[in-house]
Design a protein around this ligand. Structure first.
Ligand SMILES: [Zn+2]
Length: 263
């Protein structure tokens, strides 16, 4: 599933490609990713509009149009935005200059929405913004007795941290995923904050993790899957101490950790 670094990678590729281009046509091969508006209205609202900018909030891409309208895309599990089509293309945006942007989605969990004005997505602070401080983490951890792992994935508290990077950040911070969030000391919260930022920045640098579906806009795999320490490493030796890495389900998500390094 594309998480923050993967969406950021795609956003950085697509932004220079679309800004200043006009939407000249839209081909809808399957309308089920379009939410809250009929396919006919979707076309009517968008054709003729020009892209002004592209920003990212957590796992959402926000396409700003010159009119002040917005288009948001969430890639879900298997969504892709591509410069060339693959076999799961659902929507084609025909852009000025003879270019196309393809939205592909094999499993149809992606969501595309149209807004008249900039939407409020009601997301919690995200790790690469200035609101993501030790103070903020202290505040959200202190009153909560759920496990730190489950809490890190709560998008209302912290947006953009998905399962892969939650596992990797906990390993880097040396914190056991089962720990109650409220039990973390100030020193551990500092380690946690640093580990989350570090792992996300590194993953963006390596253009995301391709563990299953994710490819960038050029259709190429990311590089961070080669740098994962625990995610997907069940029964393999811990890269720090050699202890066998465990996999457990927590909140229905695969949780990978070293019982020796993570206390
Ligand atoms: Zn270990």
């Amino acid at each position: 599933m594309p998480e923050l670094p993967e969406v950021e990678t795609i956003k950085r590729e697509i932004e220079p490609f679309i800004v200043g281009r006009k939407i000249e046509g839209i081909e809808i091969k399957d309308h089920r990713n379009i939410k809250g508006i009929s396919p006919e209205q979707f076309k009517k609202k968008l054709i003729g509009q020009k892209f002004k900018g592209l920003t990212r909030q957590a796992k959402y891409m926000l396409f700003e149009l010159a009119s002040g309208n917005y288009l948001t895309i969430h890639l879900g599990m298997t969504g892709r935005l591509l410069f060339a089509p693959d076999k799961y293309v659902k929507i084609v945006f025909n852009l000025s200059g003879g270019k196309n942007l393809y939205f592909s989605d094999a499993r149809l969990f992606g969501k595309i929405r149209f807004f008249e004005a900039m939407p409020n997505l009601k997301l919690g602070p995200e790790p690469l913004q200035k609101e993501f401080t030790v103070e903020y983490l202290k505040k959200i951890f202190s009153k909560r007795h759920s496990s730190i792992k489950v809490l890190l994935l709560d998008q209302k508290l912290l947006s953009g941290v998905g399962n892969i990077y939650a596992n990797e950040a906990l390993f880097r911070a040396g914190i056991n995923p089962h720990r109650k969030a409220s039990s973390l000391s100030e020193a551990e919260i500092k380690k946690m904050q640093h580990a989350i930022e570090e792992v996300l920045e590194e993953a963006i640098k390596y253009r995301g993790t391709s563990d299953s579906w994710y490819v960038d806009a050029k259709g190429e795999k990311g590089g961070f899957q080669l740098r994962l320490k625990v995610y997907g490493k069940k029964n393999q030796p811990c890269p720090k101490c050699g202890t066998t890495i465990k996999r457990e389900a927590m909140g229905q998500r695969g949780t990978f950790f070293c019982g020796n390094c993570q206390k």
